[in-house]
Structures are given as C-alpha cells and as structure tokens.
Design a protein around this ligand. Structure first.
Ligand code: ATP
Ligand code: MG
Length: 159
C-alpha cells in the first residue's frame, strides 16, 4: 500500500523519544510528505531497528538525527548518530546475521546481531537498499526506497 514516509518517520521519532529519553533526537526539516509504496509496519520496524542501534551502541547522551528526502524515483531516510562509528572493515558484515562489531560489549547490551539483517531484508523486499557510511565519531545509515510515483523502478537506476 502507499504511505507517507514523513509521517512514518515522525511516528518512529515520537516513539524513540519515549523509549530512549537519554538520546536527543532531531528530525531535520524536509518535505511535508513523501508518498512511498510500502508496508508501514515493516518499514516502521526498519526505522525502529536503526534508531535503537543509534541508542544502544553509543554512549548515553549521544545525539541522533533523522532526515527524509525525495529525489526523482526514490525516497530516502538518513539516520545518523554521533557515536563511536563502525570501522570500515566491519561495515559490510554488520548486515550479516549474528554479526556484532564488539562481541563482548554487544553481548552486554543483549543484542543478538539480527537487527540489521532483518532491516536489510525488509528494505530489499520493498525494492530498496540500506547503505552504511560514516567515520570515527559518526555512523550514518541511509534507507533508499523506490517512490510511489516512480512506477516501481529501482532506486539509483538513473533518470
Ligand atoms: P539486535 O538488533 O538483534 O538486538 P544488535 O543491535 O547487536 O542486536 P544489529 O542491529 O544487527 O545487531 O547490529 C549489528 C552490530 O553493528 C551491533 O552489534 C553493533 O556492533 C554494530 N552497530 C549497529 N549500529 C551501530 C551504531 N549506530 N553505532 C555503532 N555500532 C553499531
Ligand atoms: Mg540492533
């Protein structure tokens, strides 16, 4: 079905502020609405996984920011935090099931290492992709989805 990605992100942000009050969250000003053909529950789960990671894998107080943008044919959500970052060597493997960067620390936090694998498969099932960039002192996940008006073309396929 079709849903407004901006609305979905605002709902996820509101929930995050309640569940993770120790992490200041900013939603960047952007388009008023970005219609996307998606399953709202599944994409909400993706947003929740990424937001939760930005809280549980960073020190208390680490700021988190979210931004929604639209380009011809695709829509994007960018979730960034000012935490320790993910080393380049681990950036592909964090999407593997059960993979955690720092096993001992991650186990303390109770994570199973499934969140990103699930998020990636849900996004791919929508014809989209998740990209991870960043540097020491920042982690940036970008979710790209084909936009509703695009007739189902792949994001980044040009045009
Ligand atoms: P689960 O999500 O299943 O509860 P998890 O959070 O450990 O467990 P993933 O969400 O798949 O698993 O994340 C995999 C690993 O990637 C994490 O264990 C952590 O090492 C690293 N990671 C993910 N997000 C961040 C982030 N924002 N900052 C730093 N490290 C991160
Ligand atoms: Mg996780």
């Amino acid at each position: 079905q079709e849903a407004d990605l901006v609305d979905l992100v605002e709902r996820a942000a509101d929930a995050f502020r309640v569940t993770h009050p120790g992490h200041p969250l900013t939603v960047a000003p952007g388009p008023r609405a970005v219609p996307v053909r998606l399953d709202p529950q599944r994409i909400r789960q993706v947003l929740d996984n990424l937001l939760t990671n930005a809280a549980v894998h960073t020190p208390a107080g680490t700021p988190v920011s979210v931004a929604v943008s639209a380009a011809p044919g695709s829509a994007r959500v960018r979730i960034a935090d000012a935490g320790p970052g993910i080393p380049p060597a681990d950036r592909e493997r964090v999407f593997d099931r059960f993979y955690r960067v720092d096993k001992a620390r991650s186990r303390d936090r109770g994570g199973s290492g499934l969140g990103l694998a699930v998020a990636q498969s849900l996004v791919r099932a929508h014809g989209g992709r998740i990209d991870l960039t960043g540097e020491p002192g920042a982690t940036v996940f970008t979710v790209t989805l084909p936009s509703a008006r695009d007739g189902g073309g792949r994001p980044g396929a040009g045009g």
